[in-house]
Design a protein around this ligand. Structure first.
Ligand SMILES: Nc1nc2c(ncn2[C@@H]2O[C@H](COP(=O)(O)OP(=O)(O)OP(=O)(O)O)[C@@H](O)[C@H]2O)c(=O)[nH]1
Length: 381
């Protein structure tokens, strides 16, 4: 029996599960020494949970990834107590951990409306400070989508997801609970000979129409957002949801799963993914696998198999396509190797990105310092 995998490289840049931002509270306003007036406090910066927001949207709307709150008003004869500067709110998705750059947790967003203060505004100038205001806090923060597992299983009912997880993890899947969700996915741990562990979440079955919230639709799809990579699982012989629904081939299953993800959130389709073709012990599995492979290589040629509204705009690009049998154990070790390769490749890419971002920030700071005029040469005489 053939055992193959196919690796495709492309830029997996669309799905964003963490974001580094620069935030600066507003400076306080000047006090008024003559009358003992107090300057207004600078505005604060808050991260606020809001449904429908994605980290990608923040990134797209604020490419500079810099946020500053308003400056406090100076104390004046008309208004001895200066007004507070405007607060700035950064809307972020529910299910986020907010940390400083060095890993200190500032807070968590577990429900819509939760707020985390990330940068305080400076004090206004007053008698205590010789009427001089102070600057607002300035720092880099990270917004991290709370992940439930490294990989999430995506497949229609009966594809063999639970069986696969059990045969890969040699353990009864653990049940984990998460504050930000009511649904409890089963998490299995893949344990390698060198003790490396990779977690895989078995999510409740996806069905056609999940994006319309059929079945466990939205709950399922929400979980897909919270895994770093996707493990599509299809039955090599295809599937039939009910006696009244048509029999779908494995290729059609891949396309339908992709479409469901796309209709929920298009960026999900750009997640790193592997395809597991299960039940290779069944009769004719080899021929069906060859057919699937051909269809995956030329998806556009086979687009007439499904109605127009079920064809995804973008095809999934699988890093590996791995035939297995969860029942006999065929291909399971190879699959575990492919999963590890993919997870490590992703981790290396992330480390590279963080280094690049830090380097860029250092360069920007250095440029700002050298281009700032010194007091002596300000020409204010
Ligand atoms: N022949 C064969 N049957 C399999 C294999 N893997 C799973 N099955 C059978 O397929 C059926 C469904 O398996 P599950 O593991 O429950 O599938 P699932 O995808 O978790 O299904 P849902 O829980 O409904 O989402 C069961 O009867 C399994 O025994 C396999 O590799 N070969």
């Amino acid at each position: 029996m053939v055992q193959f995998s196919r690796i495709c490289f492309r830029k997996y840049g669309n799905f964003v599960d963490n974001l580094r931002l620069y935030v600066r509270g507003g400076s306080g306003g000047m006090g008024l020494p003559r009358l003992g007036g107090q300057g207004g406090r600078g505005g604060d910066i808050w991260v606020v949970a809001q449904k429908e927001v994605t980290l990608k949207r923040i990134k797209d709307r604020h490419p500079q990834k810099r946020f500053a709150a308003g400056v406090g008003a100076n104390s004046s004869i008309r208004s001895l107590k200066g007004q507070k500067g405007n607060d700035q709110e950064i809307y972020a998705p529910v299910g986020i951990t907010v940390t400083t750059d060095d890993g200190k947790v500032l807070g968590e967003l577990n429900a819509e409306g939760d707020r985390v203060l990330v940068a305080r505004g400076g004090h206004g100038g007053s008698l205590h400070s010789d009427f001089q205001p102070s600057k607002g806090q300035a720092k880099h923060i990270r917004l991290d989508l709370k992940l439930i597992a490294d990989l999430g299983l995506v497949g229609f009912p009966n594809a063999g997801k639970s069986s696969l997880l059990t045969s890969m993890s040699h353990a009864t899947p653990q049940i984990a609970s998460y504050a930000f969700t009511t649904l409890r996915p089963e998490i299995g741990k893949l344990i390698y000979k060198d003790h490396k562990q990779i977690s895989v979440a078995d999510l409740p079955g996806l069905i056609e129409g999940a994006h319309l919230n059929k079945g466990m639709g939205h709950k399922f799809l929400k979980h897909v957002e919270r895994t770093k990579q996707l493990l599509f699982v299809v039955d090599v012989c295809g599937f039939q949801l009910a006696s009244k629904t048509p029999l779908r081939s494995a290729f059609e299953a891949v396309q339908l799963l992709t479409k469901e993800l796309e209709l929920y959130k298009e960026e999900l389709v750009s997640k790193p993914a592997l395809l597991v073709v299960n039940k290779m012990d069944l009769p004719d599995a080899e021929d069906k696998l060859a057919e699937l492979q051909e269809q995956l290589n030329n998806p556009d040629e086979f687009s007439d198999l499904l109605p127009d509204d079920m064809i995804p705009k973008n095809n999934m690009v699988f890093r590996h396509v791995v035939p297995v049998s969860a029942s006999t154990g065929f291909g399971i070790e190879h699959l575990k190797t492919c999963i590890r390769e993919s997870v490590e490749e992703e981790a290396a890419m992330e480390t590279k990105t963080v280094h690049q971002e830090r380097l860029q920030a250092l360069r920007q700071t250095a440029t700002a310092k050298t281009s700032a005029p010194s007091w002596g040469s300000s020409g204010s005489a």
